[in-house]
Design a protein around this ligand. Structure first.
Ligand code: ZN
Length: 468
């Protein structure tokens, strides 16, 4: 007991010293803020006004000014406006494979009239940094650049190369930077593993709760459902109607659920999340689905209560668009729908199509692939990464639980994972889980949280790339 209370006190003092450190007074904090501001104020949307290359060049200039040799700092890409920065800090001693630090420079479009402020003017107000990209993903990009410069100045000895990639078109556009680098310059970015967005700290009403490590993503696949019919005059209806066929199939799909299937990452997610639940029944259900054979009743309760839990546990397929008919006074010659599936990693898109055909249960409904799924295999929960994140979280955010997660959406991690580079979403910048503004209006990050994230990434690099 005594030991524990001493440990708690040490942890508290440690936490206080960290928060004192985050009054953005030090030269490193000031520099990080400057880099962050510079990135926010360069429009990197996929629009005529946007240019990712400008941001990549600005970061390249900072690294070169800090002493990184020009030959190891490149801006390259398939389009003049979609340049990617790739920088390598070479180790002179280590033999371990490099670590890749990945962040995307592009941002989702933001229109001045939708926002309370100019989205491309960096604004500090009431304890927050505002601007498009403050959370997705320019905080991380700025933290990486600022920390590499700081470590270089401090004469940090690397035990392995560190690669920084700041890339284009994660949010959309025709020139996805990570995909392009993997296909054209794999050697430049090849690494033992990568640190990326997609994870990070969650808080609720100011209370820090969990720090997520994203190690897996679901797979996106659209299907086209279509019924065709010879049609005719609507004054002479027949039972064989394209709209009725499709509607009947969709009604059957509406009540269908794919089976519950957990993997290493989602099982750990439920087990660990159980510990931070206020509701003890909810916690018991989370533990029950985490077992080797998930408890069906518990899974059903969790699915009904929280859409995110449902999506973690199973492949989902949902109707998202509908079209049909061509005139008010004609029998429909065509009825179609788009069904969007988010497939669990390891499940084949073909098997999902077969299941849809079975559930729709009507041979008149043709089911075809729209585009081709990009499979994404989960990254193993490596002890070096897990242990580093756990011990850092314990140091900086006492009481916060580290939770592995599978994203129900997708990030660029999928291209790296498919290129055999295990990828982890790790981020020490906490955000309010009930106030997510990425892609939305008045996007922001807490000032305190930004500087904590900066320090977290700094220590993480030291732990993972320093002398063993
Ligand atoms: Zn992002």
């Amino acid at each position: 007991m005594r030991l524990t209370s001493v440990a708690n006190r040490v942890a508290l003092l440690w936490a206080l010293s960290i928060s004192a450190l985050h009054g953005q007074t030090g030269p490193n904090d000031a520099r990080a803020r400057e880099i962050y501001k510079e990135l926010i104020e360069i429009n990197t949307t996929d629009t005529p006004a946007g240019n990712v290359t400008t941001a990549a060049e600005a970061m390249a200039a900072r690294l070169k000014a800090a002493g990184f040799p020009a030959s190891d700092v490149q801006v390259l890409g398939p389009d003049p406006k979609k340049g990617n920065l790739v920088a390598r800090w070479r180790s002179t001693t280590g033999e371990r494979k490099p670590i890749l630090l990945l962040a995307h420079l592009d941002v989702v479009e933001a229109r001045r009239e939708d926002w309370s402020f100019d989205p491309f003017t960096f604004l500090e107000k009431d304890g927050f940094f505002y601007g498009r990209g403050t959370s997705d993903d320019k905080a991380m990009a700025a933290q990486f650049v600022a920390n590499l410069i700081r470590l270089k100045e401090e004469g940090f000895t690397l035990d392995r190369d560190l690669i920084l990639a700041l890339t284009a078109d994660e949010e959309g556009g025709n020139f996805n930077g990570v995909d392009w680098l993997v296909k054209n310059h794999k050697a430049l970015i090849d690494a033992e593993f990568a640190i990326n967005e997609g994870g990070g700290g969650n808080m609720r009403k100011g209370k820090y709760l969990t720090n997520e490590i994203q190690a897996s993503e679901k797979v996106f696949q659209d299907f086209r459902l279509e019924v065709t019919n010879s049609g005719g005059h609507s004054s002479l209806p027949v039972k064989d109607n394209a709209i009725y066929h499709l509607a009947g199939g969709l009604a059957r799909l509406a009540t269908f659920d794919f089976p519950v299937q957990l993997n290493e990452v989602t099982r750990a997610y439920f087990e660990r999340s159980a510990a931070v639940q206020n509701d003890q029944k909810r916690a018991a259900d989370m533990r029950a689905v985490g077992r080797a054979v998930p408890d069906a009743a518990a899974a059903a309760r969790l699915s009904a209560a929280v859409p995110f839990y449902n999506s973690l546990m199973r492949t989902t397929c949902v109707a998202t668009r509908l079209q049909g008919g061509h005139a008010n006074n004609a029998l429909p010659q065509m009825a179609g729908a788009n069904v969007n599936c988010r497939i669990l990693p390891g499940v084949s898109a073909t098997s999902v199509r077969d299941k849809l055909v079975e559930v729709l249960a009507d041979p008149q409904i043709k089911v075809t692939f729209v585009g081709q799924a990009n499979p994404s295999k989960p990254s193993p929960l490596r002890p070096d990464v897990m242990n580093a994140v756990e011990s850092l979280t314990k140091q900086m955010f006492p009481g916060v639980i580290v939770v592995p997660v599978m994203s129900t959406g997708a990030t660029d991690g999928l291209y790296l994972r498919n290129a055999e580079i295990p990828t982890y979403g790790v981020d020490g910048t906490f955000g309010d889980m009930e106030d997510v503004r990425a892609h939305g209006r008045d996007e922001r990050v807490g000032v305190k949280q930004f500087f904590e994230g900066l320090e977290f990434q700094y220590r993480l690099i030291k732990m993972l790339a320093g002398r063993q």
